[in-house]
Design a protein around this ligand. Structure first.
Ligand code: NOJ
Length: 527
């Protein structure tokens, strides 16, 4: 039998480092905290961990603003801690993926500081994207070079002070503290190739590439003029030049043994575009956000699954699935129905897990979903740290609600996240005492016990499951499919439906005889 590379069907657990476990007592998670909790991840039964950025950073965007790509931020630990973590992760039989942020740096990065100190046209400025502004309506007034918006609200350009009342503008597709690199400059390419090697040499198994489609911008820097900034063949994302970069990165990964991989955060609006990134000499995987974007409906799920499978089919790459991440509202809360049956969101989240884990390809879990954590929607304004909140003047709440630290133990904040008496960087809801790992670990009816059971069963079945999925006939409100010995049935409706043939292996709620209740999923052994 041919050996399947580990990432093709891995369950990867996303760790938002700042919110996972705080060992040093500064209120923020850290690498030692992760080391101390590896037992939880092994017992959960995941295959790999993805760490969000832990590099030196002022945390203007939670660490996606990197000031030194080759060092650990003191808030999160040291390089020695990182080395110890890699060794421990591997000793636990897990793999480790780290985030790499090549589209932009922090404005505190030495290169950007040098660029600010250097004059227009200098080699220091050529590492970023500086442009002159456009004349404004009144004499002496200036407008940004074009109309591109920042993904976080406001314009994507900020003007610097070059003296004598003048100044160029620099591009930042995200916060103003995140200047975009100029990937047309070979120095930038070489720097990132070196950064990849730096972490590969330290033993990482792969990279999650942030804003992977954004590195090159159309050189004419024309206006969007009303078009969506993500538009296909637009000036900002998925320019053809980006593929050469990932071909080179692939060659670097291949130089190292041990199935090192890269997964790109690629938002595209068409499968053809997505497939380009997955050519055999490019990235191993891209995130497919389709499930995360789908509403609670069998038809919607079926459509996105079909589209996602179709998108990767010609490439031979394995699909990827995700329900929640540090950038989106937790799916448990997304599945709420105001005025609906109490607890419906929990029933749906449990059912969704069986869907996620029975699809071909790899599944990405987000920390805390195994505890059934909801989005925290009532954070006080003064606690919010996501730049989206500030840049939209509070119009959008931002992503802090899914980044609240994990509750591990105890009856009150900090719930074992930090040492007793320490205030976590975001306040934790009072009613999380029943959600802690400690409270759930020994309760067979807990979400944690359910996740463990489902992951263990997926692992047992994995070797027997073909990569193909075959749809079976089902009532409109449900979807049934089979992968060899496993049949998955999900009923998104409210009324029970008759189960497809097979012996039940695992269900998200008790069955009514041979009926599958509403908002419930089942795995069955195919007869
Ligand atoms: C995507 C990351 O997931 C998100 O958290 C970040 O804000 C943006 N990229 C910008 O780096």
């Amino acid at each position: 039998m041919t050996r399947i590379p580990w990432w093709r069907d891995a369950v990867v657990y996303e760790i938002y480092v700042r919110s996972f476990a705080d060992a040093d007592g500064n209120g923020e998670g850290d690498l030692q905290g992760i080391r101390s909790r590896l037992g939880h991840l092994r017992d959960l039964g995941v295959d790999a961990l993805w760490l969000t950025p832990f590099y030196r950073s002022p945390l203007a965007d939670g660490g996606y603003d990197v000031a030194d790509y080759r060092d650990v931020d003191p808030r999160f630990g040291t390089l020695d801690d990182f080395d110890a973590l890699v060794a421990d992760v591997h000793a636990h039989g897990l793999r480790l993926i780290v985030d790499i942020v090549p589209n932009h740096s922090s404005d505190r990065h030495p290169w950007f500081q040098e660029a600010l100190a250097a004059p227009p046209g200098s080699p220091e400025r050529a590492r970023y994207i500086f442009r002159p502004g456009r004349p404004g309506e009144r004499p002496g007034e200036e407008q940004p070079p074009n109309d591109w918006p920042s993904a976080f609200g406001g314009p994507a350009w900020t003007r610097v002070d070059d003296g004598a009342g003048g100044g160029e503008w620099y591009l930042h597709l995200y916060a103003r503290e995140q200047p975009d690199f100029n990937w047309r400059n070979p120095e930038v390419r070489h720097e990132f190739e070196d950064v990849l090697r730096f972490w590969l040499d330290r033993g990482v198994d792969g990279f999650r590439i942030d804003v992977a489609a954004g590195l090159f911008k159309d050189e004419s820097f024309g206006d969007l003029a009303g078009r969506d900034r993500r538009v296909a063949n637009g000036p900002i994302y998925s320019r053809p030049e980006v593929h050469e970069v990932y071909r080179k990165w692939r060659r670097i990964l291949d130089e190292y043994g041990g199935d090192r991989m890269a997964i790109g955060e690629v938002w595209t609006d068409g499968p053809e575009d997505l497939a380009l990134y997955l050519r055999p000499d490019e990235l191993h995987q891209v995130f497919q956000f389709d499930l995360q974007l789908a509403s609670w409906s069998a038809t919607a799920f079926r459509d996105v699954i079909d589209a996602a499978l179709k998108a990767v089919a010609p490439t031979g790459a394995a699909p990827t699935w995700v329900l929640s991440s540090h950038d989106s509202i937790r799916h448990l809360t997304r599945y709420e129905r105001p005025g609906g049956i109490p607890g419906i969101e929990r029933a749906r989240a449990k059912a969704a897990l069986l869907l996620l884990l029975s699809l071909p390809g790899s599944a990405y879990l987000y920390q805390g979903e195994e505890l059934g954590l909801p989005e925290v929607t009532d954070l006080p304004d003064e606690a919010r740290q996501d730049p989206i909140f500030e840049r939209t003047c509070g119009e959008l709440a931002g992503r802090d609600g899914c980044r609240v630290p994990l509750p591990w133990s105890g009856r009150a904040e900090p719930f074992g996240f930090s040492p007793a008496g320490v205030r976590p960087w975001l306040p934790m809801p009072r009613d999380w005492a029943s959600m802690t790992v400690e409270a759930q670990a020994s309760d067979p009816s807990s979400m944690l016990a359910y996740y463990r059971g489902a992951l263990a069963m997926r692992r047992r079945l994995a070797g027997d499951l073909p990569e193909e999925l075959e749809w079976l006939d089902s009532p409109d409100t449900a979807l049934f499919f089979r992968r060899g010995p496993l049949t998955c049935a999900l009923n998104c409706g409210e009324n029970p439906v008759r189960l497809p043939p097979g012996t039940p292996l695992l269900t998200s709620a008790p069955l009514y005889g041979d009926l599958l209740p509403g908002n419930t999923a089942a795995w069955l052994r195919t007869p």
